[in-house]
Every structure is written in C-alpha cells, then in structure tokens.
Design a protein around this ligand. Structure first.
Ligand code: FES
Length: 125
C-alpha cells in the first residue's frame, strides 16, 4: 500500500465532507468529525449517490438521497435503506496535509461515473 496526498487539512473542516480525486482515477469522500479525518468511497452502496453531497452527523456519514448513515470507521450501514458497507480507506494527516492509503489495484479501477458515461455512449453501437 502507498499513501497519496489528497488535500490540505484546512480544506476539510470539522463536520464537513468533501470530494477529492487521486490521480484522476480514485474518487473519495473525505470527512472530518471531532478532529479525526476519514476517507471513504464517494458512492453510496444503496443507489450510487455521491456521499460528498451528504453530511457528517453524530452517527457517521449521511447519504443525502435516502438518508442511510454509514459508520465512518467501519463503513457499516447504521440506517437503512443501504444494507452493504461502504469502503473505508486507510488515511493519515501529516504536516497539515491529508493522505489516503491505496493498493495498486485501487488506481487501476475506473470511477463508477466514468464507466457509466462510457457505457451510455457506447450502448447499441
Ligand atoms: S443512494 Fe444513498 S441512501 Fe439511497
């Protein structure tokens, strides 16, 4: 696993979730709660809504589409309708910067939105 820089610490204040990309290939949601930074996938396991459009609340990360809440440490859904966990990536904060830990396979994967766009363009061709 290798760590990649995501953002300056100040870009993710307490109680906020924001979207970032690693080398244009991996899309993540970076949340901060009570000073701790958490990095997760940016896609809800219910119907693929962007978690960065949601909110960080007391219990975890709230998806704005249908109000599922995910535990920020384990990724487990706390509130339905989602039943599957979201991926939680290793993260660290050093010298005012936020980093995410990725495996080589993570960088090879396409972002879900990019894949959908590709499939839509090539449907029926
Ligand atoms: S898409 Fe997130 S709860 Fe439905």
């Amino acid at each position: 696993m290798e760590y990649y820089r995501l953002a300056r610490s100040g870009q993710v204040p307490d109680g906020v979730v924001r979207r970032f990309f690693v080398q244009d290939d991996v899309e993540v949601a970076v949340s901060r709660w009570e000073g701790e930074v958490y990095v997760t996938t940016n896609y809800c396991t219910h119907l693929d809504c962007l978690l960065s459009s949601g909110k960080v609340i007391d219990d975890g990360l709230l998806c704005s589409c249908h109000n599922s809440v995910f535990d920020l440490e384990t990724g487990e859904p706390i509130t339905p309708p989602a039943t599957k966990p979201i991926r939680v990536y290793p993260s660290k904060e050093e010298n005012g910067e936020i980093f995410v830990g990725l495996e080589p396979d993570d960088l090879a994967r396409e972002r879900p939105m990019r894949r959908k766009t590709f499939e839509a363009k090539h449907q029926g061709s």
